[in-house]
Design a protein around this ligand. Structure first.
Ligand code: GDP
Ligand code: MG
Length: 246
């Protein structure tokens, strides 16, 4: 069983991308399972094989414990942990060789609280991969690019899994913007020349970049399907390459 987790900031397009990649793989005849781990999702663009909302719903928690919307989402995401064992069992029953796993909208609840790392560990079999989904519109500025790379790095430290970085919503980017982003990843000096930062922060960023902290992005559009083949190629490469950090 190969598990592929989709993480990223709210609205970056995790759920839409899971849906697009699922459809793309399904069209090609691949057997793929989809798991939704977002207990606060109001709407999903795909039909999950396993849906945490069948067991935990942020909306129900809000009513039951008289919590506000934010507190109920935090409580709900934390509670997903209690279902980890059963989700894993259900995944074994469904028996798909590869699972796309959609995670809570707000990345910090999944990545920077206890539950996310535990879930990734628990639901990872021999092979697993994290797909970091960044929003193209945000990444096209130098600040947006730099902070995205640092966030992706933070999540790598958190999950300790191999990771690929996807720039989603590429349909909204000009050719020039795509070229810029690709160039910043390839040659961080160009980014460092144009980013305005106090000296110390710039040197930290330079160190991170020089040590390989900027990952080469894969440009995709969950909307048009552009780049899904490249994304799948990378997913497959990590599987066959046996690069899992486990
Ligand atoms: P999530 O919070 O990361 O799961 O984000 P969603 O999948 O719910 O998407 C957030 C918004 O971005 C929705 O309105 C989507 O229709 C939109 N969106 C997602 N992917 C794309 C894309 O590739 N291109 C464009 N233009 N919009 C997208
Ligand atoms: Mg979502």
């Amino acid at each position: 069983m190969y598990t592929v987790f989709f993480i990223g900031t709210a609205g970056s397009g995790k759920s839409t991308l899971v849906s697009a990649l699922y459809n793309w793989l399904d069209d090609q005849g691949y057997d793929v399972g989809v798991v939704n781990l977002d207990p606060a999702a109001e709407y999903l663009p795909y039909t999950p094989d396993i849906d945490i909302r069948d067991r935990i719903s942020a909306r129900k928690i809000m009513k039951q414990f008289k919590l506000g919307p934010n507190a109920s989402i935090i409580a709900a995401v934390d509670m997903v942990v209690t279902e980890a064992e059963r989700i894993k069992e259900e995944m074994e029953v469904v028996g798909a060789p590869i699972y796309l796993i959609d995670t809570p909208g707000q990345m910090e609840l999944f990545a920077f609280r206890q539950s996310g790392a535990y879930l990734v560990q628990k639901l990872s079999d021999v092979h697993s991969l994290v797909v970091y989904v960044a929003d193209a519109v945000y990444v096209q500025s130098v600040d947006g690019f730099a902070t995205t790379m640092l966030l992706a790095l933070s999540s790598r430290i958190r999950f300790k899994k191999p990771q690929v970085l996807v720039v989603n919503k590429a349909d909204l980017l000009s050719e020039e913007a795509v070229a810029n982003i690709a160039q910043w990843a390839e040659d961080p000096d160009i980014l460092l020349e144009s980013i305005e930062l106090p000296r110390y922060e710039k040197e930290i960023l330079r160190s991170v970049a020089n040590l390989g902290g900027f990952i080469e992005p894969i440009f995709v559009s969950a909307k048009t399907g552009e780049g899904l083949d490249k994304l799948y190629y990378q997913i497959q490469l990590h599987y066959t390459g046996g690069e899992d950090a486990q």
